[in-house]
Design a protein around this ligand. Structure first.
Ligand code: KG4
Ligand code: ZN
Length: 340
């Protein structure tokens, strides 16, 4: 079989990224230009600044992806790009760049769903992994429990009703003075804290057993901080972080294992920025071991936003014959399993 080389582009949030991926699983280059330092000044991602930075960086990042991969643009079989969900202005930069490259070179264009990219990150380091498997997708904007029936075929079992898991991490981190981005900072500080110190709620969503709700937990942390301040009790940052993290991890593990059991599928994967969380990975590894389930997880650098995962997802679309026209547009609220 001849190789399929894909140049993939990702600009849905605050990373300008490009990668060259061969046959969906071999990453030849994975260039990520992060804007985190810039947004840290404002305590979160500022959409207009993100778009402007993407415009400044995209050509350079795409050229570097080809250079590091030691490939020419003419070697590529497809140009893949994230077209949703995400920040509309940020997505538009990647989509416009990909369309321009595709139009100028005559190489076909493939639009990719960002979450499908996160899930596909698992294929890169686990060459033997094939659907069906159950996947927990936890990022800054999404929390989904999904059965991956086949490449590109998803059955959504549960989703968040309010804040995404990463959003809760970011908000709680800000409240306890850790700043942006909150997830990695809570992860680190928690190692010095006691996860049993404070009992925060494990929210259940009555009628939908697989759904998540994290805004109540976030409010419980804020209430705890307020009451400490009113009573003049000193707050132990590490204990709050560890106890909050434990509450999130407990719910994610419980729902995931319920889904695995119900589905009868013996393979479980995680994806998205929060999937790089140390405590979550350890707890899921233990739970899967206990149940005899194979546990798959991308390396942390492939959990957070990158273009290699977009190239992996695009390969399976390419094989199905999916090609997009130059009317491809950014779709900020694109739903999983709803491609155009
Ligand atoms: O997947 P991602 O890079 O972007 C989105 O598609 O949203 O996820 C970013 C989110 C942020 O909310 C960040 O705080 C969280 O992932 N995150 C973490 C960790 N690393 C990143 N959350 C918990 N623990 C981590 N180690
Ligand atoms: Zn993401």
């Amino acid at each position: 079989m001849s190789t399929v080389d894909i140049l993939a582009i990702e600009t849905s949030c605050d990373e300008t990224a490009a990668a060259v991926v061969e046959n969906g699983r071999e990453v030849r280059s994975n260039i990520i230009s992060s804007q985190i330092d810039l947004h840290t000044l404002y305590g979160g991602v500022v959409p207009e600044i993100a778009s402007r930075k993407h415009i400044e960086k995209i050509n350079q990042v795409a050229e570097e992806a080809l250079r590091v991969a030691k490939k020419k643009l003419s070697d590529m079989d497809a140009i893949a790009v994230t077209y949703g969900p995400g920040l509309v202005g940020a997505l538009l930069v990647g989509v416009s760049a990909a369309k321009a490259i595709s139009f100028a070179s005559g190489i076909p264009l493939i639009g990719v769903h960002h979450i499908e990219g996160h899930i596909s990150a698992n294929y890169i380091e686990n060459k033997e992994l094939e659907p069906p498997f159950v996947c927990l997708v936890v990022s800054g904007g999404h929390s989904h429990l999904v059965v991956v029936r086949d490449y590109g075929a998803y059955e959504i079992l549960g989703r968040t009703r309010d804040d995404a898991a990463g959003e809760a991490f970011d908000k709680v981190a800000r409240a306890i003075g850790l700043g942006y981005p909150g997830g990695p900072k809570i992860d680190k500080v928690s190692r010095q804290g006691n996860p049993q110190a404070i009992s925060f709620p494990r929210a259940k969503v009555g009628d939908a057993v697989y759904d998540f709700s994290f805004s109540g937990l976030k409010s419980a942390v804020l209430n705890y901080l307020n009451s400490c301040e009113m009573k003049g009790i000193p707050v132990c940052q590490a204990d709050v972080a560890a106890s909050f993290q434990k509450a999130v991890v407990d719910v994610l593990v419980e729902h995931s294992m319920m889904a695995v059991e119900e589905s009868g599928i013996k393979k479980f994967a995680i994806a998205g920025g929060v999937a790089s969380n140390t405590a979550l990975r350890e707890a899921l590894a233990d739970a899967c071991l206990e149940k005899g389930i194979a546990f798959y997880h991308p390396s942390p650098i492939l959990c957070t936003d990158n273009a290699a995962m977009i190239g992996a997802a695009a390969y399976y679309e390419y094989k199905k014959g999916v090609r997009h026209g130059y009317d491809l547009n950014a779709v900020p609220n694109l739903k999983l399993g709803e491609s155009i």
